[in-house]
Design a protein around this ligand. Sequence first.
Ligand code: UD1
Ligand code: MG
Length: 458
Amino acid sequence: MSQRSCLSVILAAGEGTRMKSALPKVLHQVAGLPMVAHVVKAAEAAGASGLALVIGHGADEMRKAAARFAPKAETFEQEKRLGTAHAVIAARAAISRGYDDVLVMFGDTPLIDADALTVARRRLAEGAAVVVIGFRPPNPAGYGRLIEKDGKLTAIREEKDCSEEEKKIGFCNAGMMAVAGAHALKLLDAVGNKNAKGEYYLTDIVEIASAQNLDVVATEASFESALGINNRVELAQAEAIWQQRRRYDAMLSGVTLIAPETVFFSHDTEIGADTIVEPNVWFGPGVRIASGAKIHAFSHIEGATIASNCDVGPFARLRPGADLRNKAKVGNFCEVKQAVIEDGAKVNHLTYIGDARVGAGANIGAGTITCNYDGYSKFFTDIGEGAFIGSNSSLVAPVTIGNGGYIASGSVITESVPDDALAFGRARQKTIPGKGKELRERFASAAAAKKKAAGADH
Ligand code: UD1
Ligand code: MG
């Protein structure tokens, strides 16, 4: 089959009114990726080399988004939404280039898995002209019903056009279809709009093809993989199903999730074996974790690279560009952004490290802040190997702390510190014997005098 060429036509022109959103429906995200981008990924995984995206509502925004998530896709604008067949025909220029297989997919079914598409393509390779991907939803209302006669698919009837008898059929049209490229345009062009909605239905090609004695078959996909998203409740359901699948895969690939239902992955999270993830951890996009890391509870991690055997959290926030090398540690209430924490370095408590390098084995004391921003520009802090930053220090960037540099607690460091130097950036302590007692007595008698004066007023 791999030598058969394949075009995926993805329908994404609809308005998605029920999302009640300024954003086109298919750009709403599941696992941090637009729904339609999940569909593109599935098409590619099933071997589609051509990608035609049919857009309409929010066309400019769709074009811009597509350039990011599917730079190879061609976009076709369907100016009037006259039905699913009409939408496919919008991509006529792509279809007429002559592909062996044409996969018609919907942009709002983010859970579609490549296997269902591969199975459909295999049926085309075996000689079918049209393969309809069917499914059995718990409640078939609203879906097109698959009408079969003598084991053959003869028609798809939209709910609005169904007889009472036909409405009882549980096997429904998931929406996706695989059509032999040689027949695709001829079949689509034969579709009319004499139905309850006055639309050009893609589903009519089933009847047209069977009337021409072409082979038309249905395959079956899981309900979940065909789940179409129309509102934000369904969007959350899709997210939940996606997360559940991803957690399952993570655990089977050797990652311990102590409370799997509380860990959230992104579409591109990479996480190595023998990593332990405690409860309530969020992975935003762009996270790569090698093996043997410990991610403690309540950590929020995005755009971060975490090498082997690192220790993160609890309550750590790793932002884009955080790059933890082997055995680095970022502890509770620490935030790291655009910074390399080299091998074995420790950032353990209540610290902000941004636009910085922390050298191997360095120890950053509690409450350290890299002051990286002056309100206009960002500046770099370079902390050398084995340096020790005393607690509650501010490192005002740009600044360099040399290898083995030692910073006294509570310092505000504005000038670079050479290798192995000790730097104090704070006022020297002054201790006055007996002065504390004297102050206390003075304050107490002042307060008593005030109280007495207030009493005399009444
Ligand atoms: C469609 C199927 C139905 C199936 C159901 C599964 C048809 C005629 N019906 O119905 O059998 O059970 O999906 O969810 O195909 N679109 C366009 N341009 C248009 C019309 C639609 O791009 O002119 C896009 C929509 O944005 C959407 C997809 O095509 O992504 C499906 O359209 P929709 O109106 O949701 O079809 P359904 O009535 O759900
Ligand atoms: Mg629909």
